[in-house]
Design a protein around this ligand. Structure first.
Ligand SMILES: NC(=O)c1ccc[n+]([C@@H]2O[C@H](COP(=O)([O-])OP(=O)(O)OC[C@H]3O[C@@H](n4cnc5c(N)ncnc54)[C@H](O)[C@@H]3O)[C@@H](O)[C@H]2O)c1
Length: 325
């Protein structure tokens, strides 16, 4: 049998899969596959797990060189639940001939919608106004004027799958869309109504700077104090990518000093972020626990994509979304 382990962190408190049950039919329809939720909940895939399964569907657990280093490792595929794979040692998998797949299509629309949700909440002063009602302070409405978007510019740091999906959904709302991405094709973006420009120009041009690039050694702290200083005083920084792409200490200091108007963070340098992180006390930020895009549709589609990749390998086919292998 082709043994499949599904990461235990994909179960909710009552022990049901957070992605629903329909996606599991993909595994049930394949007679060669025997699957289970991994008995252990781990932060890092253990060599024992690697020796037990032919395929692992991993969510939060890291996959390191040690995970796959033992001689009895029988893994043929790691199917990452999501598009980012900074939690996986790609080189270690490549060296062992283990396939790594991700689920780029499934997250595009959900993250794009989550990005707009963040922008609408910040521009509309959603949470400040919610608090006014709860505190009976309707008179203070005058001091919480929101911002319209039709005259404003959205700037995307990263114009990959998610960046381009944001272009599709954001287009009706903004006057101008710009993007910075050293590897993007300006003509493709132009066809989407978006202008490619250097990062520094984007920072000084945009009212809403959205970070949606991948985390690599090159993009770690891509947005630091120097970059934030180039933004307009009324602008917002939104990070939908990975926490370490933005220097969080520099951001907190900039928010404190009113260098920019506010921020929206779905991701943090350390997750969960410590409860004494000073950003938690700030009024001009919207914070979500790396989960603003999580919906029933998103999680079904991610699981269906990842489990299909596993069945493809079990049946000797090459999966569609291969990162390496
Ligand atoms: N918040 C969430 O829940 C969530 C969900 C899904 C993905 N993500 C993050 O979003 C990232 C992007 O996803 P995607 O599907 O668009 O990936 P993708 O691989 O399609 O696109 C990444 C883009 O980043 C660009 N890039 C690389 N270096 C850059 C730089 N220095 N400056 C600007 N752009 C640069 C690449 O050229 C590429 O176009 C993922 O890697 C993941 O970390 C977050």
């Amino acid at each position: 049998m082709f043994k499949v382990g599904i990461s235990r962190d994909l179960l909710n408190a009552s022990g049901a899969p957070i992605f629903g049950t329909p996606a599991l039919k993909i595994l049930d329809a394949c007679p060669a596959v025997a699957w289970e939720f991994t008995p252990e909940l781990v932060a890092e895939v253990s060599p024992d797990m690697a020796a037990r399964y032919d395929a692992l569907h991993v969510n939060l657990a890291r996959v390191t060189r040690a995970s796959v280093g033992r001689a009895d490792c029988r893994l043929k595929i790691i199917a990452r639940n999501g598009v980012g794979f900074d939690s996986v040692d790609v080189e270690a998998l490549r060296a062992r001939g283990i396939l790594l797949t991700n689920t780029p299509l499934a997250v595009r629309r959900p993250v794009a919608v989550a990005t707009l949700t963040m922008i609408f909440a910040l521009a509309g002063r959603l949470f400040q106004k919610d608090r006014l009602v709860r505190q009976g302070r309707w008179d203070a409405r005058n001091d919480h004027m929101g911002q319209g978007l039709t005259g404003r510019t959205i700037g995307l740091v990263g114009a990959g799958g998610i960046g381009q999906e944001i272009m599709r959904v954001a287009r009706p709302f903004f006057r101008r869309m710009v993007a910075a991405d050293p590897y993007a094709d300006g003509a493709v973006l132009q066809a989407r109504g978006c202008e490619l420009m250097p990062l520094d120009q984007l920072l000084s041009t945009s009212d809403f700077v959205v970070v949606c690039c991948e985390l690599t050694p090159d993009t770690r702290h891509l947005i630091g104090a120097g970059q934030i200083a180039k933004m307009q005083p009324g602008a917002y920084l939104i990070n939908m990518a990975r926490g370490p792409v933005v220097d969080e200490a520099a951001l907190i200091s900039a928010l404190d000093g009113k260098v920019i108007a506010g921020a929206g963070l779905d991701v943090f340098e350390q997750e969960p972020t410590p409860v004494d992180n000073p950003i938690l006390k700030m009024d001009n930020v919207v914070l979500t626990p790396h989960a603003l895009c999580w919906t029933d549709e998103c999680f079904h589609d991610i699981a269906a994509s990842a489990l299909q990749s596993i069945v493809d390998v079990a049946q000797g086919r090459r999966p569609v979304y291969v990162v390496t292998g």
